[in-house]
Design a protein. Structure first.
Length: 147
């Protein structure tokens, strides 16, 4: 068995030789894994009242468009509940007043998801590079083109 060590330029060349469908598949796989790292860290730092917010965190692919963008979002998605709750806790709300003049209060921003991403950013970057390289090479081998 022969071991070949490739640098960034060689991997980029292999990536560019893949069909667009395989390029998107490689990126989608890597982004989903990285999204799960961010989701797990966000769940650890999520504000807990009932635990529902932690359980509602999900990784979703972004919708396809003609621009060929590939990516994922980490969202809070309550089944049958208020899916905006996580956003209110992340970004806060202004002081709300009803038509009758009664104050309903405000929610102070906690920035729990942003801080989770910042804590894991360097790990996600290094793991992302390694994952992308291995995924590109795996798809190239499957395609039969090899290196």
């Amino acid at each position: 068995m022969e071991t070949v060590v490739l640098g960034a330029k060689e991997v980029q060349h292999v990536f560019e030789t893949l069909e667009p469908k395989l390029q998107r598949r490689a990126l989608r796989t890597v982004f989903r894994r990285l999204g799960n790292i961010a989701k797990d860290e966000a769940a650890r730092g999520a504000p807990v009242k009932t635990g529902m917010l932690k359980r509602s965190l999900k990784v979703r692919s972004i919708k396809r468009n003609r621009g060929g963008r590939v990516g994922v979002n980490v969202i809070s998605s309550f089944k049958g509940g208020n899916q905006y709750y996580g956003t209110f806790l992340e970004y806060g709300t202004k002081d709300r007043v009803t038509k009758s003049g009664r104050r309903t209060g405000r929610v102070v921003a906690k920035r729990w998801m942003e801080s989770a991403f910042e804590r894991k950013a360097s790990q996600m970057l290094s793991e992302g590079q390694d994952l992308l390289k291995s995924e590109i090479l795996r798809l190239a081998e499957q395609r039969g083109g090899g290196l």
